[in-house]
Structure formats: C-alpha cells, structure tokens
Design a protein around this ligand. Structure first.
Ligand code: ZN
Length: 231
C-alpha cells in the first residue's frame, strides 16, 4: 500500500488523463474526417451515419488491439525480468545483496546503513525489494494490457461519439458544417485539457489540435467532393 504521497498520485493521474485525451482526440479526428468526407461526396444522411458508426467501431477495436499488443509485450518483459531476478536471488544471493546495497548507496544512504537496509529487506520479501528497487516495477505501475486496451477503446469512443451525434442532429443540408464545427470545438477543448494536464500553454494546445483536425477534415472533404463528382 503506497503512502498518500500527493506527488506520485498526481503524476499517475496526469498520465492517465493525457492518454485518455489523446485517445479521444483520435476518435474525434478520424470519425469526423470520415463523416465530413462522405458528406462532401453528397451521400445520404443515413449513409453518413453508417460510416460514422463503422468508423467508431473499427477505430475503437484497432486502438484496443494496438494498445493490448504493446502493453502485453511490456508485461511479458516485466514478467521475464522478474523470473530472472528470482533465479539470480536463488543462485547468487550474496551478489544480489551487494547490488541492492549499492542501489541504496546511490540513493544517498551511507554504506553501513545501506547494507543494513538491504539485509533487512532481503530477509523479508527479497524478490519484492529487488523488483521494486532494482527493476523499478511496482504493483501500481505494472503493465495491465486488458485495462489499457479498454481505456484506449473507451476514450476513442468518447471522442468519436461527438461527430456521430452531430450527424444525427444536423439538418440534412448542413451535415458537413455542423460536423466540422462541433468536431473543431471538441478538439480545441481536448487540446486545452491535454495542455493543462501537462502544464503547457492551454491556448497553444487547443489551437494545435484544432489545426490538425481542420487539416484532416479539409483533406477528406476535398477527396469526398472529388469522389462525389467523379463517381
Ligand atoms: Zn537483483
């Protein structure tokens, strides 16, 4: 159980917030661009909506799959490191004790005290002490592939819902405009939130994300219009 140490908790919370905001960003930009592109081709509102929903499902699944694979490989690496540590503790406990002692010396303890702490901790759960202080793996920060995949998919869906709702409520002749404006507003809010979470200038963060969103939607609208006239 971690002591209530404000700094470490904030850092973890900021990490999650930034990941969620970036996931939502992807959802809004990719589905809004799809919707605007298809709308610009002159498609029916029903087809535009279908495209949006298909984009949401496809995007959420690909985000979840990508996140799962990358975090699972991190989890595999962590487990392999812990297994090797377990083995080293069995075959060479003396050099492991020396290693842990030197870690505490590098954290600022003098040699005798560092040795004492290392001996004390290794007489308890030696693997836990090495996993935490040598490998830097703690229960709180362990790689959790399923959780990460779910969080990534949910944040994508939250971002992608906005352009879909805008297609639902927009007048049939104004889908492109309504979808673009709501998407740009959403991206500006997300950009500002991510900047705020990271301690960066909020306005700059908002503008940056809105700019890329506008560029993506502009390009797909162009392709959609071209497609609509050619086909
Ligand atoms: Zn070790």
């Amino acid at each position: 159980m971690l002591h209530n140490h404000g700094e470490s908790h904030n850092t973890t919370r900021i990490g999650w917030l930034r990941a969620a905001v970036l996931g939502a960003n992807d959802g809004t930009i990719s589905v809004a661009s799809l919707v605007v592109g298809v709308a610009a081709s002159g498609a029916q509102q029903r087809s535009i909506l279908l495209t949006g929903v298909a984009g949401l499902v496809a995007g959420a699944m690909s985000m979840a799959a990508g996140e799962y694979v990358s975090v699972q490989s991190q989890a595999d690496t962590e487990s392999a490191d812990i297994e090797r540590e377990k083995y080293e503790l069995q075959v060479q406990p003396e050099s492991e004790l020396a290693e842990l002692t030197s870690i505490y010396v590098s954290k600022g303890l003098d040699q005798p005290l560092a040795r004492l702490v290392a001996e004390k901790l290794m007489s308890g759960d030696a693997l836990l002490a090495h996993t935490r202080d040598e490998l830097g793996i703690t229960e709180t920060l362990r790689a959790r592939p399923i959780q990460a995949a779910l969080a990534s998919a949910v944040s994508f869906v939250v971002g992608a819902i906005v352009p879909i709702i805008s297609v639902l409520v927009a007048p049939a002749t104004r889908v492109t405009e309504v979808a673009s404006v709501t998407a740009l507003l959403t991206l500006a809010i997300l950009g500002a939130t991510a900047a705020y979470a990271g301690g960066a200038p909020v306005a700059k963060g908002a503008l940056r994300v809105a700019f890329w969103g506008a560029l993506a939607m502009g390009l797909t609208a162009g392709v959609g219009k071209l497609f609509g006239t050619v086909v």
